[in-house]
Design a protein around this ligand. Sequence first.
Ligand SMILES: Cc1cc2nc3c(=O)[nH]c(=O)nc-3n(C[C@H](O)[C@H](O)[C@H](O)COP(=O)(O)OP(=O)(O)OC[C@H]3O[C@@H](n4cnc5c(N)ncnc54)[C@H](O)[C@@H]3O)c2cc1C
Length: 406
Amino acid sequence: MFGGPDSHLARLVDEAGLETKSIPGNRMGLAVNGKVVASGAPETYPLRLPLSPAARLSFIKSGLKLRWAAQGFQRAARRQIGESASAARARELAYRENETFADYLGVMHPEVEAIFRAIAERITAEPHEITAGCGAGLFAVVWDSNLTLARNLIGGSALLPLTLARHLGSRIVTGAAVEEVVPEPTGARIRVRVAGRVRDVSAKYVIAATPAYVTHRIVRGLPADTADALARIPYGPFVCGAVLTGESGPMPWDDVYAIATPGKAFNMLFNHANVLRGSGPREPGGSLMVYGGGDLGRRLLQMTDGQIQEAFLRDLSTILPEVKDVVREVIVHRWEHAIPYIAPGRHRLQPALERSLGNVLLAGDYLGFPEMEVAAVTGLEAARTARGGLAPVEGAQSRVLERVQP
Ligand SMILES: Cc1cc2nc3c(=O)[nH]c(=O)nc-3n(C[C@H](O)[C@H](O)[C@H](O)COP(=O)(O)OP(=O)(O)OC[C@H]3O[C@@H](n4cnc5c(N)ncnc54)[C@H](O)[C@@H]3O)c2cc1C
């Protein structure tokens, strides 16, 4: 999911000549006890799902608390006039950071706890592992389409890095593994392995846009607090199943985008073709995606791809029975370190991560609430700093950079 037209990512998409479209379908569906509710206001779900009276009451109570916290997160995430993006990131990370999401929600009915666990696992962690602010943020990003992630990239998200790589042509090298970055008085030396051969490259600036644990491993000479902060960013696992379907006409899930699926072999089910189902004729075929994160992801990682595929398809057909006849292909993908999550105490690491490190500049989603927008913004900030210290390069394109707000 991508942000709205005001996001930096949208500008990048635009520069790349790509297109995002608003997701028309419901982004907060729930499949519980054999029933899928994926329409209307989420506030009505406790009354429409087949739950016991005690579970309904528990769901209403926790739902209200969450609504309150999500609104607070939205306020915390809003950048003030004249404020730096870095200050806004720090405030967002500090929002309700002194208690875990599980503690904030309090004791819940087991069925309700399973619902919130399934949704927390979207960020690859359990409710007791993330801050209450992080849990609130997960809901905020789908609750309010003005704020956040409500668009899909036509053609699929992977099109963005592929297109950027194509536009950059010979100016970038892909498939190159950096083994170390050694700061030097006037720049840095990078040891890189390309096609099995190790090369040393010198650079005036290095933008380390690798995940925190990789940056910790490859960048030498970091101040102790920065190295420690990088090592302390936790990542959780995801196991995904992409399901290609070959239906020839409309399907019951056409107007749904996302369904949380507590108690299944996956936590979430997405209909990635939903963005194409607005107006106009309904094209044949479709694309569904499921994933399991957090503890469920860890259990899935122990299984073979065949076992995962079988479990995914079995549970998928209990939620969307019509899927059985139309599955054409399933691809299982494993991420052991999929997404960095925000654990209590995380905001105290921020000064060590945002400090100046001379000619080595850090970028990546782990520097804020983990999503593509933070990766894009921190990348642009780093690029602007580097450009400020470099002599202009003839013919270099910097249209996006010029529009980055300080
Ligand atoms: C299943 C899934 C669904 C998601 N859905 C969304 C969503 O809907 N919306 C959203 O905003 N975000 C989503 N995210 C999160 C989003 O993908 C990340 O926040 C974003 O990709 C982070 O970008 P990044 O550049 O910081 O890190 P990455 O995308 O992880 O990029 C780091 C890069 O560093 C490279 N690398 C690692 N080690 C080395 C090395 N030694 N040398 C050279 N290169 C190296 C890696 O190959 C990788 O290309 C999702 C993530 C997953 C896993």
